[in-house]
Design a protein around this ligand. Structure first.
Ligand SMILES: Nc1ncnc2c1ncn2[C@@H]1O[C@H](COP(=O)(O)OP(=O)(O)OP(=O)(O)O)[C@@H](O)[C@H]1O
Length: 355
């Protein structure tokens, strides 16, 4: 018998492992190239992760989800769940495997003619569970998502956030170890989004469910994902701990994304206005919770004896951790300014903002 993977290399087996996964769709017309929706993607998702997959529309995120739950076959590559390559399973085994993966959707996909409780019961009914047992399970889940008092209501009587909470209860009905959330908060307002994200964090924390969050909303990732992969044109262009990808993006695509969520960087127009108001050279100084503080940055500049102003910025919270971004205007002769800026020391990144 072959050794389990954990024994071979002392590295715990990833919960979900994608290796060189490609998905091509045939060309819409003869003579055209096929669409490569997912292009040689490799990813490892550990048990208990809240793993974000982010990318602009058309990047291949939804296709990736359909591959992970075997709704569509991959063109190439392997997708292992707990060491089993699901791309090689029979259709019957794939169906069985799919009961271990809960799904929630942007449009909630509730059945309008069924009560909330009977929506949650639905997957259990399909699986052949007895009436009393599935009723008990549905009520327990509705209690968990904070909707015990809505069991008899119908979906249209609920707010969007409440409907998504029913969707989450239904997705958890079969006690799946994995939950896939495809744009689950994209149809919700910011307040309701927070409510649903808090619930997903509780599902992860209290039930130990591994959650894969697909979204184009960077804020969602900043709030709940511990790890993130950034997709662009079918490829994963960067993957890592969310805090590190946000504070130190390594690719141009990730940098562009991060800028959509980080509030403390002036946009082009704001920068033009700031330059009209403030003399001197502009620098953006960024620091993480492992580096400097605002006080240290200002202290160093004051000690260097240059004249400076904070023109923009502040401190953001990413995954509950500090990320500072300060844009300053510094006046003085070139050498003095360079020396002052370099005296801020380690733990900060200083970038001159050129006009
Ligand atoms: N069934 C299909 N047949 C042909 N092309 C498809 C199919 N599904 C997706 N595509 C193409 O694959 C690419 C990736 O699409 P996908 O929906 O996975 O991206 P996405 O990142 O989820 O974007 P969105 O957020 O807009 O859904 C796109 O170019 C899309 O047109």
């Amino acid at each position: 018998m072959p050794e389990p993977k954990e024994m071979q290399d002392n590295h715990p087996m990833p919960h979900i492992a994608l290796k060189d996964v490609t998905k091509e769709y045939p060309a819409p017309q003869r003579g055209h190239a096929p669409t490569v929706a997912v292009d040689r993607v490799s990813l490892e998702i550990e048990k208990g992760d809240v793993f974000g997959i982010i990318g602009y529309s058309g990047a291949g995120k939804s296709t990736l989800v359909r591959l992970i739950n075997a709704l569509e076959p991959a063109t190439a590559g392997s997708i292992e769940i707990d060491g089993t390559d699901i791309t090689r399973l029979s259709a019957a085994r794939q169906r069985q495997m799919r009961t271990g993966i809960g799904m929630i959707f942007q449009r909630f996909n509730l059945l309008s003619s069924r009560s909330v409780r009977r929506n949650v019961e639905y997957p259990l009914e399909v699986a052949g569970m007895g009436k009393a047992e599935r009723r008990r399970k549905a009520l327990e889940l509705l209690d968990f998502v904070g909707l015990a008092d809505k069991a008899g209501a119908f979906p249209e009587q609920l707010s969007g956030g409440q409907q998504q909470r029913v969707g989450i209860a239904r997705a958890l009905a079969a006690d799946p170890p994995i939950l896939l959330a495809d744009e689950a908060t994209s149809a919700l307002d910011p307040e309701t989004t927070d409510e649903v994200l808090d619930l997903l964090a509780k599902v992860n924390r209290d039930l130990g469910v591994t959650i894969v969050v697909i979204t184009h909303e960077m804020e969602v990732i900043a709030r709940i994902a511990t790890k993130v992969a950034v997709m662009d044109r079918g490829q994963v262009v960067e993957a890592g701990e969310t805090y590190s990808v946000f504070t130190n993006p390594q690719t141009a695509t990730s940098r562009r994304f991060v800028r959509t969520v980080v509030r403390n960087l002036p946009t082009g127009d704001e920068l033009t206005e700031l330059r009209a108001q403030h003399e001197g050279r502009f620098f953006t100084i960024s620091f993480t919770d492992e580096g400097a503080t605002e006080a240290r940055v200002f202290g160093a500049l004051a000690r260097a004896g240059v004249d400076f102003n904070l023109v923009y910025g502040g401190v953001d919270s990413i995954q509950g951790r500090v990320y500072g971004l300060l844009t300053i205007a510094v006046r003085g002769d070139a050498a003095a300014v360079d020396e002052a800026v370099s005296s801020i020391g380690s733990g900060v990144t200083v970038e001159e903002v050129h006009a």
